[in-house]
Design a protein around this ligand. Structure first.
Ligand code: ADP
Length: 162
């Protein structure tokens, strides 16, 4: 069991500056981070799972401490398979809390050795979510401050495709 790896799971549809902030801060604490894109979510994404993996991989390609993968099935099974024991999650408003609390307790009950650690959002990312970015982008708002430029380009391309 490796104490120095954390798994950062999510939908990342798409990856925002809020996600990137958690990755950067997570790397101050853990030696390695695995960004794990959920591929069995009920949510139909704007980007396919492989498009998301491709984009995130581009964004973190210069840092050998970060890997990008997909997982399906139970998250705790994936965490154990990776020989990790920490799930890293971000918390924004109190509205995140209820769901995250339930999820963390469920995961810990299913697999006692797995712990979920929460990192509070940075104030400048507190209002940022993938869905709000998609909404603003779809309505032709400027999303430059919310997502890395690569993600912005891909979003604009998606919207142009209709
Ligand atoms: P999920 O569908 O699993 O919630 P998301 O891609 O929306 O996936 O988010 C993945 C993780 O990143 C979650 O822990 C979420 O709380 C966190 N997160 C998303 N946006 C931010 C943000 N702006 N600041 C901090 N954490 C965030």
């Amino acid at each position: 069991m490796n104490r120095h790896i954390a798994i950062y799971p999510g939908s990342f549809d798409p990856f925002t500056n809020g996600h990137l902030d958690i990755v950067h801060r997570g790397l101050e604490i853990f030696d390695r981070l695995i960004i794990a894109v959920a591929s069995n979510s009920d949510k139909k994404g704007l980007f396919s799972v492989s498009e998301r993996v491709e984009m995130i991989s581009q964004l973190v390609k210069d840092d050998p401490r970060v890997e990008v993968e997909t997982f399906d099935g139970l998250l705790v099974d994936y965490v154990v398979a990776k020989q990790a024991r920490v799930i890293l999650r971000g918390l924004r408003a109190v509205t995140d809390f209820e769901f995250e609390f339930q999820l963390a307790q469920m995961n810990h009950t299913v697999c006692e050795q797995v712990e979920t650690l929460f990192m509070m959002t940075s104030p400048e990312c507190a209002y940022l979510s993938s869905s709000i970015v998609k909404e603003v982008g779809r309505l032709n708002g400027d999303i430059s401050k919310f997502v890395p430029s690569l993600v912005k380009e891909q979003l604009l391309k998606k919207f142009a495709e209709g």
